[in-house]
Design a protein around this ligand. Sequence first.
Ligand SMILES: Cc1cc2nc3c(=O)[nH]c(=O)nc-3n(C[C@H](O)[C@H](O)[C@H](O)COP(=O)(O)O)c2cc1C
Length: 264
Amino acid sequence: MRPHIVTSAVFSLSRLTSTSATTRATKALITSNLPLKAFTVATCPPLRLFSSTASQCTSKPSTTMATPILDLVKSRRTYYVLNKELPISKDRVQEIVKESLLHTPSSFNSQSNRIVVLFGAEHDKLWGIATDILKAIVPEDAWEHTAQRMNGFKAAAGTVLFFEDQKVVDTMQEKFALYADKFPIWAQQSDAMAQYVVWTALTAEGVGANLQHYNPLVDAKVASEWGIPDNWKLNAQLVFGGRSGEAGPKDFQPIEERYKVFGA
Ligand SMILES: Cc1cc2nc3c(=O)[nH]c(=O)nc-3n(C[C@H](O)[C@H](O)[C@H](O)COP(=O)(O)O)c2cc1C
C-alpha cells in the first residue's frame, strides 16, 4: 500500500465528518460494550494476561457465539479525526496489544510478529519524523494536504508499529525449504492478522484508529530512534486515539459478486 504515501492527497478529511446508519449502530454497540463482555463471561475463564501459557477455553460453542464477534467486525472502521483523550488507560491499550500479539496465529507457529507501541511525546516524535521525511519529497502543490494529514496523525494519542522479524522468516526458510518462497508471504499475512486484531479490539473499547504505511520511508529513523533490531521489518502503523469525528461512508460491492458456495 505504498501509494498511500504519495497519493495521500486523495484521502480527504472531509469525508470523515459525515455520518451513516452503520456508524450510528456501531457507536451504540461500542457504547454498550455488552455483547463482548457477555461473550467472554459466557465462554471462557478469565484470561491470564502475560503468562507464557495460552489460556484455554473449554466450554462448548453455541450457535449464537459468533454474533458478538461479527458485530465487532462490522463496527471496526477507519477513524482519521483523533485526539489525545483515550477512553481507556494506556495500561489497557498495552494489555490489548500484548494479548493480540500473543494469540494471533502464524505459520508453523513461527511467531514472527513484533510490535512497538508509542504513546504521547514518542508518538508525536514519530509523526515529526515522517513529516520531515515527506517534506523533502512531496511536491510543493501537494504539501498542504500531506501536512494536514501528518498533523491529523500527530493529534492522536499513540501509534502501534507492526514489524515482522526477518530472522524468524530466514530460519523458517532454512528449516522448511519446501515452503521457502511462502514464509515471507505468511509472515505478512500473520502480521496483517495482528493488525486486524489490535484494530478491532481497540474499537471494542471505544478507541478510534487508522492504518498507515509510511514504511520504508521512515524505517531507518524509527530504527535509530527506538533501537529497533535490524531484523525487524516495519510493515504498518496503526494510529489510535479518542474519536473527534465519525468514520466516513463506506460502499459495499454486492456480496453475490464476491462469494460462492457449493454443497450447502
Ligand atoms: C491492508 C490495508 C492497507 C491500508 N493502508 C492504508 C493507508 O496506507 N492509509 C490509509 O489512510 N488507510 C489505509 N487503509 C485503510 C483503508 O483505506 C480502509 O480500511 C478502507 O477504506 C475501508 O474502510 P474502513 O476501515 O472504515 O472499514 C488500509 C487498509 C488495509 C486493510
